[in-house]
Write a protein that binds this ligand. Structure first.
Ligand SMILES: NC(=O)c1ccc[n+]([C@@H]2O[C@H](COP(=O)([O-])OP(=O)(O)OC[C@H]3O[C@@H](n4cnc5c(N)ncnc54)[C@H](O)[C@@H]3O)[C@@H](O)[C@H]2O)c1
Length: 248
């Protein structure tokens, strides 16, 4: 295997929101290429860890809870000896997120999980990554953080903020050999799509140059590459993975 083949053998990677969808696929793919995966979520984490087997450990982690972050990272450092990677994937979306209808409560909830949760995660793993002299963080943003998309006001604000934090932290810690990148999926088939009608999903497929929606494994493949030393010279980037949707 060349050094440029994604490989996470013996490396410990924390994945948030790994009970479902993209996070679950990320956790499984990371384990396939050798990682010890710390599967975290507010639900479904035990099932994903059981599917992976001995390479996984599950922790309940609400990404908005700074105390929970400290407890989980301390436990992982104790059990695995350190933290090499973090995938800040947990996220929520809402069907009522336009300027006309978003509420203050809804705004705060979305910013709490999708933006503040990413900051708390990066903050929690900083000390072990500095101690190890290396680290790789992948933040799951969205094409909605890069271009205008209808009906996703607070969501776009949060994801745009994630991309800005990704750039800032990548510069701040580049010389510490801590890399920080963002993946920006287009519409991807997971439970977060909720009640979106088949007709609307078909319409989105039709206006996507590649003619289909994303699948969780599409996003997991890029995430594995960004986590691994195969992308050693890549930092601060926000990479759209959307079948060409965002470049039209
Ligand atoms: N599916 C898409 O079309 C799409 C597109 C762009 C970006 N994304 C992003 O991908 C990420 C994963 O979403 P998904 O599509 O797999 O959705 P999903 O609903 O399948 O998974 C999201 C996971 O996050 C968890 N979660 C929610 N709140 C949490 C909290 N406070 N603490 C910890 N975990 C929490 C949920 O329990 C769930 O398991 C999200 O950040 C989402 O914004 C998704």
């Amino acid at each position: 295997m060349s050094a440029m083949t994604p490989d996470l053998t013996g490396r410990t990677v924390i994945v948030t929101g790994a009970g479902s969808g993209i996070g679950k696929a990320v956790a499984i793919q990371a384990a396939v290429i050798g990682a010890n995966v710390v599967v975290t979520d507010i639900k479904g984490q035990d099932e994903t860890a059981a599917e992976i087997g001995a390479a996984a450990e599950a922790h309940e982690l609400d990404v908005t809870d700074a105390g929970a972050w400290s407890r989980v990272v301390e436990a992982v450092v104790a059990s695995r000896g350190g933290v090499y990677g973090l995938v800040n994937n947990a996220g929520i979306a809402s069907a009522t997120d336009s300027l006309a209808v978003q509420t203050e409560e809804g705004w705060d909830a979305m910013i709490g999980v999708d933006l503040k949760g990413v900051w708390l995660g990066m903050r929690a793993v900083l000390a072990p990554m500095l101690a190890a002299g290396e680290g790789s963080i992948v933040n799951v943003a969205s094409v909605a953080g890069l271009i205008g998309v209808s009906d996703v006001l607070a969501y776009s604000a949060a994801k745009g903020g994630v991309i800005a934090m990704t750039r800032q932290v990548s510069i701040q810690h580049a010389k510490d050999q801590i890399r920080v990148n963002a993946v920006c999926p287009g519409v991807t088939q997971t439970p977060i799509l909720g009640d979106i009608s088949d007709e609307l999903l078909a319409a989105i497929s039709n206006i996507t140059p590649m003619g289909r929606l994303g699948q969780p494994d599409d996003i997991a493949g890029l995430t594995s590459y960004l986590l691994s030393p195969a992308s050693a010279f890549l930092t601060g980037q926000a990479i759209a993975i959307c079948g060409g949707f965002s470049v039209q």
